[in-house]
Ligand binder design. Sequence first.
Ligand SMILES: [Zn+2]
Ligand SMILES: [Zn+2]
Length: 135
Amino acid sequence: MSLHRRSTAVSTTYRAGYLQSPAWWARRFVFLIALQQSGSLACVSCTNALTVRAAHLHHLSYGGVVRNPDGSWSAEESDEDLVAMCVECHRAIHDLFDHHKHWHTLGRRGATLHAIAHLRRYRLTADPTKGPHHD
Ligand SMILES: [Zn+2]
Ligand SMILES: [Zn+2]
C-alpha cells in the first residue's frame, strides 16, 4: 500500500505545511475579501452567508499549490480553483469523498460538484418542509 502511504504523507505536509503558510493565508484573505466586496461571500453548498473569519476554502484544483525548492510554499490558485464553504458543508464534502473513493475518477472539480448535489438532495429529503418529498 505504498500509494496510500505516500498520499497520506503528502496530505500531512499539505495540512501542516501549506495550510499554515503565509502564502496560503494571504491568498485566502484576498479571495474572501473579493467575495465579500462583491456581496457573494456564501457557502457554495448550502448558500448560507459567511464571514471572512468563519469561511472555509475548498480547493477544486491543487494546481496552484506550489512547493518551492527551499521548502516554502507559493499560493498560485486562480479564483476558479477555490470555493467558499461553511465548516459543516466542508466537513460533509470531505466525508463524502472518503466514502465514495470512486468519485476521484471525476476529478476534484467534478467530485465536488457531485458532492454538493448529493448534499442538496440529502437536505431536501431530510427536511420534509423544504422539499417535494412528503413520504
Ligand atoms: Zn454550507
Ligand atoms: Zn476541502
